[in-house]
Design a protein around this ligand. Structure first.
Ligand SMILES: Cc1cc2nc3c(=O)[nH]c(=O)nc-3n(C[C@H](O)[C@H](O)[C@H](O)COP(=O)(O)O)c2cc1C
Length: 331
């Protein structure tokens, strides 16, 4: 059995929820395919008002109102409302049924994920399917505060792979003058896009997922366990399984904070964040305060307080050094 590397580190995750807390949301706001049929055939190109998908539109409106505190106008005749409802109703899942995922299904989801757009068609993302228990255990041992990693039927690691490009340059006898930060960034972005696409594909068939960036707390251990080649970087792990619970919508910053018209202007960002703190606390208050022993108990504990406390602890301070060791350049 491997050693637990960081028994006290509960700060890795942007939000470590209390997995023992009951789930107040019992019905899934993402509509079923039957409830939100997608007008798609030629006859449905201009749907009659009677065919309008009010169920899908309602589900999306409700999910986004909970998420952003804003009632959006949604045309019930839009095609693709079922897909939109799944995206709008997104939630991470950390509890899974003991039901396996068939290898063919997993391969299908990987293929869909890797169909995502890719910077310059460079195709710099890989997916590692961690099937061997010993390999998963080596990774999990570095993150003891997240037991759902071991419980998930499938555990994947999404990798940014910047290694093939210089290999091709060498093979084709060409110079490679673009060995700088952008090469790392491109591979990381491709990996993140592929992971996101995997999440959407998995959600479409009813699977639940939870990304795990905590695997980057001890990247050398992950690199060793996965035998990562040069110029590759683990972006995040992903737990995948059939969800045990419907899960909950996490409110986000208001759209007026994060959707910018044309250019950034003068604004009261702190005021907007504090308004979000209050909206979020009314819907989903934190169940625990972080590091009370260091910061005391706050009378009002909102998102900004939680994130400020989370980032008051140093984490991944050696990640840059790891990226350099992997052969990327950061200048
Ligand atoms: C890149 C990335 C890394 C994440 N890492 C972790 C993690 O290490 N552990 C975890 O439990 N959740 C992790 N999450 C899930 C976030 O905590 C979650 O997305 C966030 O709290 C919002 O909740 P929601 O996804 O249900 O909307 C990660 C999410 C992303 C996108």
């Amino acid at each position: 059995m491997s050693t637990v590397v960081n028994p006290g580190n509960a700060m890795s995750d942007p939000m470590v929820p209390d997995p023992t807390a009951s789930d107040p949301m019992v019905s899934d706001p993402s509509v079923s395919d039957a409830a939100a049929s997608e007008p798609g055939g030629p006859e449905a190109a201009v749907p009659e008002p009677a065919a309008a998908d009010h169920t899908g539109a309602t589900a999306i409106r409700q999910a986004l109102a909970e998420r952003f505190g804003e009632e959006l106008k949604i045309d019930g005749a839009l095609p693709g409302l079922a897909a939109l409802a799944r995206i709008a109703g997104h939630r991470s899942h950390r509890r899974f049924l003991p039901r396996p995922i068939e290898p063919d299904l997993l391969r299908l989801l990987c293929a869909c994920a890797l169909s995502a757009p890719s910077k310059s068609d460079l195709q710099q993302a890989d997916i590692v399917i961690v099937r061997e228990t010993a390999i998963r255990q080596a990774i999990v041992d570095t993150i003891p505060e997240m037991p759902w990693i071991m419980d998930a039927p499938v555990f994947l690691v999404f990798v940014g792979n910047g290694g093939r490009l210089p290999m091709m340059s060498k093979r084709r006898d060409k110079p490679f003058p673009n060995d700088h930060l952008d090469a790392f960034f491109n591979a990381a972005v491709d990996g993140a896009i592929v992971m996101t696409t995997f999440i959407h594909a998995a959600t479409a068939i009813g699977l639940g997922t939870c990304p795990i960036s905590a695997i980057r707390d001890y990247p050398q251990i992950v690199a060793k366990a996965l035998n990562l080649p040069p110029r590759t970087v683990p972006i995040a792990g992903l737990c995948v399984g059939w969800p045990e619970q419907a899960g909950e919508i996490t409110p986000r910053l208001s759209l007026s904070t994060t959707v910018i018209e044309n250019h950034y202007g003068q604004r009261d960002v702190i005021g907007e964040i504090e308004a979000y703190d209050r909206r979020r606390a009314a819907l989903r208050p934190y169940r625990r305060q972080r590091r009370i022993e260091r910061w005391g108990e706050a009378s009002f504990y909102g998102w900004s307080q939680d994130k400020a406390r989370q980032y008051a602890e140093p984490t991944r301070t050696d990640f840059g050094a790891f990226v350099l060791e992997q052969g990327f350049r950061l200048d």
